[in-house]
Every structure is written in C-alpha cells, then in structure tokens.
Write a new protein. Structure first.
Length: 148
C-alpha cells in the first residue's frame, strides 16, 4: 500500500498542531527553538541545511548558536516530524503521520523540491531473519514541474 503527498504547504497548520499536540500528550517540552525550527522548515518549499535553519532562527531568537538548532532538529527528527535528505545534508518536514517506516524521497536537481513516498515493508523482500525498522532511499532527477 502506498501513501503519497506532494505538498506539505497545504497542511502547515495541521502539521504544526499535530507536532505541538504530540509534545503535550507525551510530556515533551515545546521550547522556543523547537517551535521555531519546525515552523521554519514547515514554511520552506525546499530542504534546508542546518546553518540555513540557524540563520532563520536568528529572526526569532537572540543570537542562536549551532547546538541550539541541532538539538531542535534532532528532537523533531527523532520523533519522525523531520527527515534528513542525506545527499543534500538538509532537512524537510514529514508529509505524513510521523510513525511510518519506509520513505522514498524524490529530489529534483533543478528546483530542489522533494516529494515523499511511503511504502510499508514487504517482508518477502528482506533477507532471512532481518527485521527492518526504518528505510530511507533517495532518487534524484527532474520533477514534473521542471520538465514542462
């Protein structure tokens, strides 16, 4: 079964609300850096590197340092609200419920947009005895908008 969503920008408020509720329900502190990092990434149309996030974080916090940004990024990533696009060393918000396991990213080489596709594990395609917990793959190419 596949789950597909190409535009997180239409879901900004529900996405943030879901993240904030997650913190409340699970008794996690919703610090200002955590709140602002998620807001910054949810408003971005392309993946952002940590130092780009740090620069924008300076619009909300007085002289933030790299560990401040990285701690917030790591928190959201650990809880599945952010993904790291390894080939770009950059981050994007998750377009689906943050509890999925398999993610495939399609990265446009021209506009740098990222689309996210989810497929649940098919146990018959795993080596004998192997139990997968998370899978992330990336495909680079040209998106439909850029090929027009």
């Amino acid at each position: 079964m596949l789950y597909y969503n190409t535009n997180i920008m239409t879901q900004i408020n529900p996405f943030l609300d879901n993240a904030y509720k997650f913190c409340e329900i699970n008794h996690h502190r919703l610090t200002d850096p955590r709140r602002y990092v998620l807001k910054i990434l949810s408003q971005s149309k392309t993946p952002m590197g940590a130092y780009d996030i740090l620069e924008k974080l300076g619009q909300y916090l007085d002289n933030p340092k790299p560990p401040t940004a990285y701690r917030a990024i790591d928190f959201w990533r650990d809880h599945g609200f952010l993904h790291k696009i390894e080939s770009l060393n950059a981050y994007v918000t998750c377009c689906e419920d943050h509890k999925h396991q398999d993610t495939h990213f399609f990265v446009c080489n021209d506009c740098h947009a990222v689309e996210e596709l989810h497929a649940h594990h098919n146990e018959t395609h795993l080596p004998d005895g192997f139990v997968a917990t998370k899978t992330f793959t990336e495909t680079h190419g040209t998106c439909g908008e850029c090929t027009k």
